[in-house]
Design a protein around this ligand. Structure first.
Ligand SMILES: C[S@@+](CC[C@H](N)C(=O)[O-])C[C@H]1O[C@@H](n2cnc3c(N)ncnc32)[C@H](O)[C@@H]1O
Length: 203
């Protein structure tokens, strides 16, 4: 990330934005469960809040320096930090009750890689688990902010279809000052209900 991020993402104002506006809104009607995975924690603005909401918080960060700094900060707590890419998670299928990605996807260079990250989130979620996320919306200002940096904002109109294609259901996509999304991994009962509805529609 460029120097603009170093300044903004480590600021108290950014932490307040994430912790007082984004996360409470995203989690208002959601049970995060016991085990949560955070993708791309960066300096940890969301990590600081989320770790009080779950028993175990695991975070995967691609930047080794940022991951090491977080691992130091959270040593001996309920947070485990791993260096790696969210596009190739090392965890077995169905390891987590919830997965979160905040202001991260626009740093992923291609649509295919973003989809791979969403697919990995789906894979490691337990049935009934939930993916929550937020991201900045495309704008000229955001583009300039990312000078000499990756800038690949998520197109909100396509997100619903992308999540559905991966198998998520009960999807909410909100576009206001930022993009917010919530998507669930169906349980086998959800799947049976859906099949039943499809059968009734056909008959
Ligand atoms: C703008 S920062 C956001 C940090 C934090 N989530 C927040 O909202 O304050 C984006 C973070 O995502 C990380 N990141 C980008 N691509 C990643 C990937 N494929 N896997 C894991 N982390 C990634 C970056 O290294 C960076 O730390």
């Amino acid at each position: 990330m460029n120097g603009n991020h170093a300044e903004v993402c480590t600021s108290p104002e950014w932490a307040e934005h994430i912790q007082c506006e984004i996360l409470p809104a995203l989690t208002r009607d959601i049970d995060l469960g016991k085990d949560m995975l955070e993708l791309g924690p960066g300096p940890g603005a969301a990590t600081d809040w989320l770790r009080h909401k779950v028993a175990c918080l695991t975070a995967v960060e691609i930047d080794a320096e940022a991951a090491a700094a977080l691992a130091d900060r959270y040593a001996g707590t309920n947070v485990e930090i791993t260096t790696g890419s969210a596009a190739a998670l090392s965890y077995p299928d169905e390891s987590f009750d919830s997965v979160g990605s905040f202001t991260m996807l626009h740093h992923v260079p291609t649509l295919a890689l973003q989809n791979k990250i969403l697919a990995e989130a789906y894979r490691v979620l337990r049935p009934g688990g939930v993916l929550i996320g937020s991201d900045s919306l495309a704008s000229n200002d955001l583009h300039h902010f990312h000078v000499h940096d990756i800038y690949n904002p998520v197109e909100p109109a396509s997100l619903l279809g992308r999540l559905q294609t991966l198998g998520f259901d009960k999807i909410t996509v909100v576009v206001d000052e930022v993009l917010k999304f919530i998507a669930c991994k169906p349980t086998s009962q959800d799947q049976r209900d859906e099949d039943q509805t499809a059968r009734l529609r056909r008959d």
